[in-house]
Design a protein around this ligand. Structure first.
Ligand code: ADP
Length: 267
C-alpha cells in the first residue's frame, strides 16, 4: 500500500490521506527485474564464449592470422568485451535493486587494493597518453622510509572493485587526449575518501544528481560515440551505499572533475 498525506487548510486544520493499492505495480516491477536479470544472464554466457574464442584467435601462441584479419578480429573482440560488460552491469543493477547482491566483506588495505586496480587500468590510460598518477606513491618519493598512511576498510573487494574501476574508467574515457588522471586518498576520523580526478570537460551542475540514475547520459550523441549505457554510476552509487558509504562529486568544472567514493574506515 502506498500512503500519501497532504495537509489541507491552514495550520493543522486537516489532512487528506490517500491509500493506494500498489500490489499490481510491485508485481510488474518484480517481473520486469526478473526478465532483465534472466535475459542478461542468458546473453552474457554466449558473449563470454565469443570473447574467449576471439581472444584465442588474436593470440600468436594459439592461432595464425594475417594482419587484415587481426584488425577485424581486434574490433570484434573489443565489441564483444563491451557487450559482456553491458550484460554484467545489467545483471548487477538488477541484483542490487531487488537486494539479491550479497556482500562478503573482508578487512582490506585500501592502498594496496587501489594500487592494484590503478595498475590494471594503466594500459587504457596509456592509450590516451594520459599523465596517470597514483598519489599515495608520490608521498614516498625521495624518502627513505615509507610514511604513507595506511587505511583499512571492511568491504567486499569484488564488488568494491567495480566502484573504483568504473570511476577510473570514466575519468579516462571522458578525458582529453594527453590529460591527467589522479587517484588520491583523503581521510577524516571515520571515513576514507578515494579522490578520482580528471582533466576532462566536466559535468554540468544540473546533472550532478542525474548521472547516478540508471541509463542517464549527459550528452547522448557524444556518450554514444564513446560506448556505455549509463549504468556504471548507478551501480557505483548502489554498491557504495550497501557498504555504508556513498559516492559524491567533490568538484566539477570545464577544467575537469573529482568524484569520490567514501568508505567507512576500519581501525
Ligand atoms: P556511461 O559511461 O556508460 O555513459 P555512467 O553511468 O558511468 O555511464 O556515466 C553517466 C554519464 O555521466 C556519462 O554518460 C557521462 O556523460 C557522465 N560522466 C561520468 N563520468 C564523467 C567524468 N569523469 N567526466 C565527465 N562526464 C562524466
Amino acid at each position: 500500500v502506498s500512503v500519501v498525506s497532504s495537509p489541507v487548510g491552514t495550520d493543522g486544520e486537516g489532512v487528506i490521506v490517500v491509500f493506494r493499492d500498489i500490489t499490481k505495480e510491485k508485481a510488474e516491477e518484480r517481473e520486469q527485474a526478473e526478465f532483465i536479470s534472466t535475459a542478461s544472464h542468458e546473453m552474457r554466457t554466449p558473449v563470454a564464449s565469443i570473447e574467449g574464442y576471439l581472444g584465442l584467435a588474436l593470440n600468436p601462441a594459439t592461432a595464425y592470422i594475417d594482419e587484415k584479419a587481426r584488425d577485424f578480429i581486434t574490433k570484434a573482440h573489443e565489441s564483444a568485451q563491451h557487450l559482456g560488460r553491458l550484460f554484467q552491469d545489467l545483471l548487477d543493477i538488477s541484483k542490487v535493486e531487488d537486494d539479491r547482491m550479497k556482500n562478503n566483506p573482508k578487512i582490506i588495505n585500501i592502498n594496496e587494493f587501489l594500487k592494484e586496480i590503478f595498475e590494471g587500468l594503466a594500459p587504457k590510460a596509456n592509450e590516451k597518453q594520459l599523465n596517470y598518477i597514483f598519489a599515495p606513491d608520490m608521498i614516498d618519493e625521495g624518502k627513505e622510509k615509507s610514511l604513507q598512511p595506511i587505511f583499512y576498510a571492511n568491504i567486499d573487494p569484488d564488488h568494491f572493485r567495480e566502484v573504483v574501476s568504473n570511476l577510473i574508467e570514466n575519468a579516462i574515457k571522458y578525458n582529453h587526449q594527453g590529460g591527467e588522471v589522479t587517484i588520491a586518498i583523503e581521510e577524516t576520523n571515520d571515513q576514507a575518501k578515494v579522490m578520482i580526478s580528471d582533466t576532462g570537460s566536466g559535468i554540468d551542475k544540473n546533472d550532478w544528481e542525474k548521472i547516478f540514475e540508471p541509463f542517464f547520459r549527459v550528452d547522448k550523441s557524444r556518450s554514444r560515440a564513446m560506448g556505455g549505457a549509463g549504468l556504471g554510476l548507478a551501480l557505483v552509487k548502489e554498491i557504495a551505499k550497501q557498504h555504508g558509504g556513498d559516492v559524491s562529486i567533490i568538484q566539477s568544472s570545464n577544467q575537469g572533475s573529482t568524484i569520490a567514493p567514501i568508505l567507512p574506515k576500519k581501525s
